[in-house]
Design a protein around this ligand. Structure first.
Ligand SMILES: Nc1ncnc2c1ncn2[C@@H]1O[C@H](COP(=O)(O)OP(=O)(O)OP(=O)(O)O)[C@@H](O)[C@H]1O
Ligand code: SF4
Ligand SMILES: [Mg+2]
Length: 305
């Protein structure tokens, strides 16, 4: 459904004396999603997850430069196609509730996303499923709590009938029942044939619904692995960062990862994880490791086996 290859995103920044500097925030990023699949994207804050979502939708700020290829249903995802597919074939559940239109009643906002069947019925059904009481549809975004606003955003994607759904941290602020309901719905949309990209900080949620997990670090994909590889002490995982991330979970070994993710303004040469990697050798700093296939997954590490 979607194939992103060698994507890079940079921002032009003006430093002292009006000098121009390119800030590279995404470097050589690859992902693909198939119909019927949930791909979870996990990675710490600032690793480029939302920027990837915005690059796919074509809604990056105007000072961003995008390179690389993005293919949707086998054809290049040009700016023109992005505009015509956005909100129809490709739906975004944005990370911020600020994306709701402040001047439109939320019921109308959800109804306007429906493309087949009765919009009012579709909106009322989905609100009932998400325990948004009747009357909420006549309210404006500012009248809703954060959790309610998120349920409205998820509702919009659920009723859209989109083929590709990108959900950027859809669940924070929701109560447990709503979290379960919305991740179950995203899974159901995939089971009915959509491709779902679910961006989350939370590996546990990802494990519940995803088929594969892509691990992001400092603006690149370091590993893509089937969900079943996230078990035990992470022996089946390929990249030292994914293993460390897995072992750092409270329910696992709760071992913190030494050091910090580098800022886009101070990326190390070669492998972006090298300064924190216990397996690093001088060769690791020679160039960014190429993405390669390994054991039914992908890894960007020259020493991974
Ligand atoms: N408009 C912008 N100009 C310059 N840098 C930006 C801009 N937007 C994002 N960035 C930088 O790009 C990097 C990736 O940001 P992004 O929002 O994609 O992270 P994220 O993985 O979604 O994080 P979070 O988990 O906190 O949502 C960060 O270092 C961020 O500071
Ligand atoms: S390429 Fe080297 S530094 Fe990078 S993750 Fe692999 S072993 Fe570590
Ligand atoms: Mg984000």
């Amino acid at each position: 459904m979607l194939k992103v290859e060698d994507l890079s995103v940079s921002f032009v920044q003006y430093t002292k004396g009006l000098k121009q500097k390119d800030l590279k925030v995404i470097t050589s990023l690859n992902i693909d999603i198939m119909p019927g699949e949930v791909l979870a994207v996990v990675g710490s804050s600032g690793s480029g997850k939302s920027l990837l979502a915005h690059a796919i939708l074509g809604i990056l700020p105007t000072n961003a430069t995008v390179n690389g290829t993005m293919m949707y249903k086998g054809e290049a995802l040009t700016t023109k196609r992005q505009q015509s597919l956005r909100g129809k074939e490709i739906a975004l559940v944005p990370q911020s509730v600020k994306y709701l239109d402040p001047l439109m009643k939320v019921g109308k906002q959800v109804q306007s996303a429906v493309r087949k069947g009765d919009p009012v019925k579709a909106q009322k059904d989905v609100f009932a499923r998400y325990h948004l009481k009747s009357g909420v549809d006549g309210q404006y975004p500012y009248q809703l709590s954060g959790g309610m606003s998120r349920r409205v955003l998820v509702s919009t994607a659920v009723v859209s009938g989109a083929s590709l759904i990108i959900a950027d941290e859809p669940t924070p602020g929701m109560d447990t029942a709503a979290v379960q309901e919305s991740i179950r719905d995203l899974r159901k949309l995939a089971d009915e044939g959509a491709a779902v990209m679910m961006i989350t900080h939370d590996i546990d949620t990802a494990l519940k619904i995803a088929d594969r997990i892509a691990v992001f670090y400092a603006g690149t994909t370091v590993e893509v692995a089937p969900v079943s590889d996230f078990e035990g002490r992470g022996e089946k995982l390929r990249h030292p960062y994914s293993k460390a991330l897995w072992r750092a979970l409270p329910q696992n070994e709760f071992l913190p990862i030494e050091g910090f993710q580098p800022l886009p303004s101070a990326l190390p040469p070669g492998c972006l994880f090298a300064p924190r990697c216990s397996m690093a050798t001088p060769e690791c700093s020679a160039g960014q490791p190429e993405a390669r296939e390994l054991r039914d997954g992908m890894v960007r590490c020259i020493h991974a086996t």
